[in-house]
Design a protein around this ligand. Structure first.
Ligand code: C2E
Ligand code: MG
Ligand code: MG
Length: 476
């Protein structure tokens, strides 16, 4: 027990004292608790960012060997959001505790394990003599963390993506090293998750570009800087318009149109393709509703979908919302997928495709012939159409080889009950030849270039079918 004495005065005269008694053990306990909370994460009891930073400084001071180094690992759980969303936050918290325990069991004794965000952990591996020593530890961590967990009644499996940076090669201080490890972690996610990447200087440049692009993309979406152009598609059997492909362009500050080739790949690597793709879907569906009033037969709008939208976006929900909002009937929306989308994460993609087909939308494979789709694979896909890549069409009448390939694709598609559309048709002679080969549909400059939305409405209004619905012998 401890007390503080405060004098009791009358004027200048001391007439007594007030004694304040403290329970020291209680005070000590409180102080220890405050000290703990200041340096630890209450959920997992792991070190927090502050303590990790202090430990980092301590590890730095301890390096004695020349060439000695510290690895900073940034770990992010794969698919944690899904666990939280499906099983609730309580299970999510228990999962984080289980991961924290497993992390601590599987790192060396002098390592620091900290939790720095929702499902983000930073691990410090001190006293490394070389990178190889870190590699072995990281790989065993990946393996240990991928083993199933038991959270209440649920056996759960999760994996992590890890990015690594090294002191002193990648930076002099904790903040820089964590940022670089975080950048490398995103590369590990992009490489398919459940893996790790070490930071490389080129990633820093990419991140800078990405950050800049992310900002301008979000501004662009907000400021209506993106527009869709529509390129007509024609059925060869009766020369009727069947619909159009919506192709995105970015209008810069000077009103110039930037073609998708200049920004889609960057939008994909920065993840911005998800909000952009969603905007495209919504806009395309709304525009397609307007088309219907100007044409005697229903017109289908084709929208390009990136592999990243399959992997990261909630594609079905986005599609359903776009259809619902616009009122477009599902069979008038066609999603164009690329062969590369279909070749990664096959089972997940097949399941999503199945659910999309159940919604009633149509599916096609874009740029067909440039990937590696096997016949057996095509049979499993629930697509309606193959869009034969422009590279086989360009030279069709002159190249024996291209002609053999296009014939083979058309015949194979017919036997699988798939439609074919030839992309990039520029000449009448090619159009005639495709008709001879019994290709079903065409798209290309020979009909029209991609048109601004308003011009496409004029194009529709001037179509021969509109003037004479029975005119099926007229040319395009
Ligand atoms: P794609 O889906 O294969 O689209 C066809 C491309 O061929 C378009 O280029 C179109 O303008 C061009 N094209 C059409 N007919 C002809 C022709 O007769 N001759 C030649 N030389 N070219 C023709 P664009 O609009 O520059 O789009 C390029 C690619 O960008 C598209 O290829 C597609 O993969 C991608 N893309 C466009 N919009 C989107 C989008 O909203 N989302 C995603 N993920 N990708 C998009
Ligand atoms: Mg396309
Ligand atoms: Mg294409």
């Amino acid at each position: 027990m401890q007390y503080n004495a405060y004098p009791l005065m009358r004027g200048r005269q001391r007439i007594g004292a007030v004694l304040f008694f403290n329970d020291v053990t209680e005070a000590r306990r409180n102080a220890a608790r405050i000290e703990f909370l200041a340096h630890h994460d209450p959920l997992t009891s792991l070190a927090n960012r502050l303590l990790a930073e202090q430990r980092f400084a301590h590890h730095c001071a301890e390096i004695k060997e020349p060439g000695g180094s510290i690895a900073v690992l940034f770990l992010d759980l794969d698919g944690f959001k899904h666990i939280n969303d499906t099983l609730g936050h309580e299970s999510g918290d228990r999962m984080l505790q289980a991961v924290a325990d497993r992390l601590q069991q599987h790192v060396a004794q002098d390592a620091t394990v900290s939790r720095v965000g929702g499902d983000e952990f930073v691990v410090l591996l001190p006293e490394l003599t070389d990178r190889k020593a870190a590699t072995a530890q990281i790989e065993s961590l990946l393996q240990a963390l991928a083993q199933p967990y038991r959270v209440g009644p649920h056996p759960l499996s999760a994996s992590v993506s890890i990015g690594a940076s090294f002191f002193p090669d990648d930076g002099p201080d904790f903040a820089t090293l964590v940022k670089k490890a975080d950048t490398a972690m995103y590369q590990a996610k992009d490489a398919g998750r459940n893996t790790w990447r070490a930071f490389e200087t080129a990633m820093g440049r990419l991140e800078h570009q990405t950050l800049h692009l992310r900002g301008s993309f979000l501004d662009g979406l907000q400021n209506n800087e993106f527009v869709l152009h529509d390129q007509p598609q024609l059925r060869l059997a009766d020369n009727r318009l069947i619909g159009a492909e919506a192709l995105v362009r970015w209008k810069d500050a000077n009103g110039r149109l930037i073609p998708p080739a200049h920004f889609i790949a960057l939008a994909e690597s920065s993840g911005m393709i998800v909000p952009l793709g969603e905007w495209v879907l919504r806009k395309a569906c709304r525009q397609a509703v307007q088309w219907q009033a100007l044409h005697p037969e229903p017109l289908v709008v084709a929208v390009n979908i990136s592999a990243i939208q399959f992997k990261r976006g909630l594609l079905e929900q986005t599609v359903a919302a776009a259809l619902h909002e616009s009122g477009l009937p599902p069979h008038l929306l066609e999603l164009e997928l690329t062969e590369s989308t279909l070749l990664t994460q096959t089972e997940m993609v097949l399941a999503t495709m199945h659910r999309l087909r159940e919604l009633g939308v149509r599916l096609s494979i874009d740029d067909f012939g440039t990937g590696y789709s096997s016949l057996a694979y095509l049979k499993r896909l629930e697509v309606n159409k193959l869009k034969i890549d422009r590279s086989f069409i360009d030279n069709l009448t002159a190249s024996q080889e291209d002609s053999v390939i296009v014939k083979a694709i058309i015949e194979m598609a017919r036997s699988l009950k798939l439609q074919t559309l030839a992309e990039g048709v520029e000449q009448e002679a090619v159009l005639d030849y495709l008709r001879e080969l019994k290709c079903d549909e065409v798209q290309g400059y020979v009909l029209a270039r991609p048109l601004p939305a308003a011009d496409f409405l004029c194009y529709l209004a001037a179509r021969p079918e509109r003037l004479s619905p029975a005119a099926d012998t007229m040319t395009a």
